[in-house]
Design a protein around this ligand. Structure first.
Ligand code: HEM
Length: 279
């Protein structure tokens, strides 16, 4: 079906016979979704993407696939009248196509992975949805971050960590600079062993692992599952030769909680900061 036909089917053509009903919201990206629910606007959401795993009500909504590999038809066929998407959502041509089809798309500006950006996103989305609780939610988040920051500053040492992602079906990848993972690692006063080597993610090689010699490996629950569980993960060539592997110091957390840069960031950062320092 082409876009026009889909629009017609969804009752969205701005023709003489179609009248727009109330706003139907499609949220793309776990952080956007969480913010919309925190603002009390979850009841306006008709669909979201597979990174929208929290809160539970959001997890149970119809899905349009993965936020980095969206299809225009998938988005249009939801019948949404307003799409709010994270900076990383795409591909870009799909977003353009959907806009050209007459659906309003609000995409957050380039993600900088800072605690302050989360507060800014709360305010941007709140304004867009005319949510009366916007300032209250933003301030509550800012206070939570301040408390988290104080707890993190009091934690001892700067553990040398490696972050391993294995969510994409492309095998295990290690986080370099300019990733959400490297940003979280800095926030918890740890050191990314891949810092200064490359940007984004690169496949994990045994040589790089041995050279990096992390004391702790951070990964995601989903990635650990994809690796066949902790015992198999520990047998990954190279991991077994790192201090982290030898001492079984693997910390695994929910992907979206840890890397989503959502209102749950303060809690996730404290949890990570404490976990990587446990012997
Ligand atoms: C459907 C299969 C998936 C594919 C093909 C995929 C692909 C990718 C790609 C290409 C990146 C960017 C990596 C880079 O910068 O080089 C990425 C990052 C990311 N993905 Fe996925 N992914 C998938 C599933 C998931 C799922 C299910 C989740 C969470 C529930 C997820 C969460 C993330 C997050 C949080 C990042 C950012 C990581 C960071 O910046 O540190 N992905 N993914």
């Amino acid at each position: 079906m082409n876009i026009r036909a889909l629009l017609l089917a969804a009752g969205l053509m701005f023709g003489s016979h179609t009248v727009l009903a109330a706003e139907k919201l499609l949220t793309i990206g776990g952080a956007v979704t969480e913010i919309v629910y925190a603002l009390g606007k979850g009841n306006e959401v008709i669909a979201n993407d597979i990174t929208s795993v929290y809160p539970e009500a959001a997890a149970n909504k119809p899905k349009v696939g993965y936020m980095r590999t969206l299809s225009a038809e998938g988005l249009v066929s939801t019948g949404a009248t307003l799409i709010i998407a994270e900076a990383g959502a795409g591909p870009r041509n799909v977003i353009d196509q959907v806009r050209n089809a007459g659906i309003k798309v609000v995409q957050l500006s380039e993600s900088v992975h800072t605690p302050q950006q989360v507060a800014a996103d709360i305010r941007t989305i709140g304004k867009q949805l005319s949510a009366t609780s916007t300032e209250q939610v933003a301030r509550q988040y800012e206070n939570a971050w301040q408390e988290a920051e104080a707890k993190l500053a009091a934690l001892p040492g700067h553990p040398r960590v490696l972050f391993v992602m294995n969510n994409s079906g492309r095998g295990a990848q290690a986080a370099g600079d300019e990733t959400a993972a490297s940003a979280v690692i800095k926030l918890v006063h740890a050191e990314n062993v891949m810092a200064g080597q490359y940007k984004g993610y690169r496949p994990l090689t045994a040589e790089a692992l041995v050279a990096a010699a992390p004391d702790v490996i951070i990964t995601t629950n989903e990635g650990l599952e994809a690796s066949g569980g902790l015992q198999n993960f520990l047998k990954t060539p190279g991991i077994d030769l790192t201090p982290a592997g030898k001492n079984k110091r693997i910390v695994s957390m929910d992907t979206q909680y840890l890397l989503g840069f959502s209102p749950r960031l303060p809690a996730a950062a404290v949890e990570l900061g404490e976990a990587i320092r446990k012997q």
